[in-house]
Design a protein around this ligand. Structure first.
Ligand code: CMP
Length: 139
């Protein structure tokens, strides 16, 4: 298993425009954690304290008891509650054993201020999720 120290973060889409100096800063801010299958990483309605990036394994996104998506390596979740300080919009549950990079609210806010390329990628992803949710709601 790759460790955060050896991991090439520039291979992860959300970090793909970051400079080497920014990647070093990012690597220091994140903690790598392994979680067992079934573990709840976000709980719909609960306050959000962390942002996650998946290194290995998959997670189910569940809203109102219904699975709405599955996320895998390179994808991230948990950004919404940290951005708008409102409760988690969905439950995210490990569908297999997973390795994730975890970032606490304070470090998340700090990185967004210091790394504009990361902020832009996050906005792009949130826009994509909004479009996907809209097209599901109206078609
Ligand atoms: P947040 O609301 O903080 O916590 C739950 C997370 O699940 C949410 O942030 C998003 O990152 C993610 N999420 C919610 N809905 C979807 C969806 N339809 N597809 C993919 N990810 C989602």
């Amino acid at each position: 298993m790759a460790t955060a120290a050896k991991l090439d973060l520039s291979q992860i889409w959300v970090f793909s425009t970051c400079s080497k100096a920014e990647l070093t800063k990012i690597r220091r801010a994140f903690t790598e954690v392994t979680v067992e299958a079934g573990r709840l990483l976000c709980e719909e309605g609960a306050p959000g304290e962390e942002f996650f990036i998946i290194l290995s394994g998959t997670a189910d996104v569940i809203r109102n008891g219904r699975k709405v998506n599955t996320l895998g390596p390179g994808q991230f979740f948990g950004e919404l509650a940290l951005l708008d300080h409102r409760p988690r919009s969905a439950t995210v549950r490990a569908a297999s054993e997973m390795t994730v990079l975890v970032l606490a609210q304070r470090e998340f806010t700090g990185l967004l201020a210091e790394v504009p390329g990361l902020t832009k990628k996050l906005l792009q992803a949130v826009a994509g999720r909004l479009r996907a949710a809209d097209s599901k709601a109206f078609h």
